[in-house]
Design a protein around this ligand. Structure first.
Ligand code: 7RM
Length: 656
């Protein structure tokens, strides 16, 4: 048993019941209520999902079929219906008192900021949508966003959805190279960016990366729309580049939402897998909207006066679903913060909570571990009595961090919801319901109603209590990805061909390992494929290897994760150099920088070890298991009989 397993077994006996006051008022306020909903979904999924879709979304035209699963695993949900995500997030709130309710609170890093009511946000989105049309963007055209955390990011996403132009948000921390890959793969027509953003009290430029990506050849990109954020000097190419404040301000604030087919493409979001370049995960209109809406409502038990703050970046799925679409679809108030805690301001987050009276706070375990390290003296200086629910996402949370979060941030009053999900699932899949589910520190607890999650073996049979296996989903759900952009084969091989049931049915393979305890609670153990999770950011080892190998000094590279107290996982690269190259500190620096340029700073290896051989099987496959053990400083155990050259092991050991 690993330390982590021992730790979680010890914590299994600790149960935290939902606060009575919350259970009394929550939408789902008891385990019986949860079970009733889950049973209903299980007994008649079509009826369950159909009812939910009719209740929670506005339809221009009603759907005639809940789920078309005639060509599995390619699902079609709510066929025949037309709806619009931007309408559901804005227009439908304008009729009653919500029109003047705050929709978005924005807090800029330097201390500037502002807010938008639903009416104001609607008007800004309409103007931006008309600006997109003026730039020649129409239904079906892919628009990329490469943005800092400013309101225009959310406005641009909603404007795209409004006119039926799918968006592809690229995290602003990715490099020009990574941006270019995504622009080319998606055949993007327009890029929306900003001059820069504020990061750790400095203005960081963004537009030059767009210029660089386009200079190296992105033939489909015709125009660039640039938000002025930092006011730093920015080169603009006449005819191609347009300032947002010049183009958008003059537009009409009347732009009816385009009725979209349920299965029309809503967005593409790239995420790392175990092979090749990142995959463009495709989500579609109605199913994604429903799942973001429902999960937000269930998991945070949202109330009219809540102030919700999710600390993710809009460049990740968490930002899509729980900063923008889930909250706005529910008519909630959502907070968007440009900054991060930084040495000069370790209390930055707590200040935002105090200032805006945040009631729901959703962040990542890696952030919590960093706060723990600073000590409770920092958060203790702030009044955070407005908080009522705490959430975590992105990676397994160790019970210590969970307990600290509940105690120090939540004052032992607030339920902690540990939410397991993925870019591919569109919304949360396994999570406590704050008014119903007793929680155990470190467990994401139980699947949401309608989600047939299980832990299975390679044949798809459920494994026994406390036995490890693959985390899998047995039935389709509305928020599931529909395909991988431009590569349906990869969609099949990545998610549907790993687990092979004898009856030929399709089971979704999440890429994570997990176990269920005697109460049916899920304990997610982390990835079982070649994906590493650094501070909640998903990175493919192969992507980093390709980046390293593209450096002239590198002949071969193998990358693995190793446990890291703060980041969850750190990156270790084993590198074989070209004949005449010498592995010194200078080269380490240059290789790290090179990876930063190829992918982005988050992908830079923490450690680079030079070697003259890698442990390989006789068929030439790198034995990552061995490298992982070496990287973690553990003894290499298990079967090494397939190793081609045993002496490699000794060399790697002595060099470490
Ligand atoms: C939302 C998001 C997905 C991967 C996933 C897991 C890991 C996410 C949890 C978690 C344990 C959690 N999307 N993961 N949440 N592991 N407990 N609550 O993170 O596509 O970027 O990453 O993240 O490995 O497969 S993602």
């Amino acid at each position: 048993m690993s330390d982590a397993t021992i730790e979680s077994v010890l914590h299994e006996s600790r149960l935290f019941a939902p606060p009575e006051a919350l259970a009394a008022t929550a939408r789902i306020g008891s385990m019986a209520a949860y079970q009733a909903l889950a049973d209903q979904a299980e007994a008649d999924p079509d009826r369950f999902w159909g009812d939910q879709a009719r209740e929670h979304l506005h339809w221009f035209e009603p759907f005639h079929t809940v789920l078309n699963w005639s060509d599995p695993p390619f699902a079609r949900w709510f066929e025949g219906g037309t709806t619009n995500l931007s309408y559901n997030c804005l227009d439908r709130h304008l009729e009653g008192p919500r029109a003047n309710k705050t929709a978005l609170i924005w807090e800029g890093e330097p201390g500037d900021g502002g807010s938008y009511t639903y009416r104001e946000l609607h008007s800004e989105v309409c103007k931006a949508a008309n600006a997109l049309k003026a730039l020649g963007i129409s239904k079906g055209d892919l628009v990329a966003l490469y943005m800092p955390m400013v309101p225009e990011a959310a406005i641009a996403m909603l404007a795209c959805a409004r006119i039926g132009a799918p968006h592809s948000v690229v995290f602003g921390g990715f490099s020009a190279e990574a941006l270019r890959d995504r622009l080319i793969d998606g055949a993007v027509k327009l890029v929306i960016t900003a001059d820069g953003g504020f990061r750790k009290d400095k203005a960081v430029a963004l537009k030059p990366a767009v210029d660089q990506a386009l200079a190296e050849g992105c033939p489909t990109v015709q125009q660039v729309l640039v938000v002025q954020r930092t006011k730093q000097p920015t080169a603009m190419e006449p005819g191609r580049d347009h300032w947002w404040h010049e183009l958008v301000a003059g537009q009409s604030s009347d732009c009816p939402a385009e009725p979209m087919q349920s299965e029309d493409r809503l967005f593409v979001l790239y995420t790392s897998g175990s092979t090749g370049k990142p995959k463009g995960v495709v989500h579609t209109t109605a199913g994604y909207n429903l799942w973001a809406h429902l999960t937000f409502q269930w998991i945070f038990d949202i109330r009219e006066d809540d102030i919700h703050w999710c600390t993710a970046d809009v460049g990740w799925i968490t930002g899509h679903s729980y900063i923008v679409y889930g909250p706005l679809s529910n008519g909630a108030t959502t907070v968007m913060y440009e900054g991060a805690p930084r040495p000069a301001k370790p209390g930055a987050f707590w200040e935002v909570i105090e200032k805006h009276k945040v009631s729901i706070f959703y962040t990542a375990p890696t952030a919590i571990r960093a706060f723990m390290k600073n000590g409770r003296e920092v958060p203790d200086q702030y009044n955070m009595s407005s908080l009522r629910i705490l959430g975590t996402v992105g990676e397994p949370i160790n019970p210590e961090a969970w307990m600290w979060y509940r105690d120090v941030i939540g004052g032992n009053r607030c339920p902690v919801v540990d939410t397991w999900w993925q870019t591919e699932t569109g919304g949360v899949m396994i999570s406590p319901l704050p008014g119903a589910t007793p929680t155990k520190p470190g467990s994401a607890t139980l699947p949401l109603p309608g989600i047939a999650a299980d832990v299975v073996d390679i044949d798809g049979s459920s494994v026994g209590v406390d036995e490890g296996g693959y985390l899998a989903i047995r039935r389709p759900w509305p928020g599931m990805l529909r395909t991988v952009h431009g590569d349906p084969e990869r969609f099949l091989s990545s998610y549907w061909q790993h687990i092979r049931p004898a009856d030929g049915s399709y089971i979704y393979f999440a890429g994570d390992g997990a176990r269920r305890d005697k109460d049916g609670y899920f304990w997610v153990m982390g990835r079982v494929d070649d994906v590493i999770n650094v501070s909640g950011h998903r990175l493919g080892t192969m992507e980093i290897e390709s980046a390293l190998v593209s450096h002239p000094a590198v002949a071969e590279a193998a990358v693995v994760g190793r446990p890291d107290e703060l980041k969850g996982e750190g990156i270790v690269a084993f590198v074989i150099l070209q004949g005449d190259c010498h592995g010194d500190a200078e080269l380490v620096k240059s290789l790290r920088q090179h990876v930063g340029v190829e992918i982005g700073p988050i992908a830079r290896p923490d450690e680079i070890r030079f070697s003259d051989a890698l442990p390989k099987t006789r068929s030439g496959k790198i034995m990552r298991r061995i490298l992982r053990a070496l990287a973690a400083g553990e003894k290499v155990s298990g079967d090494t009989s397939t190793l081609e050259d045993l002496s490699v092991l000794d060399k790697l050991r002595s060099e470490a």
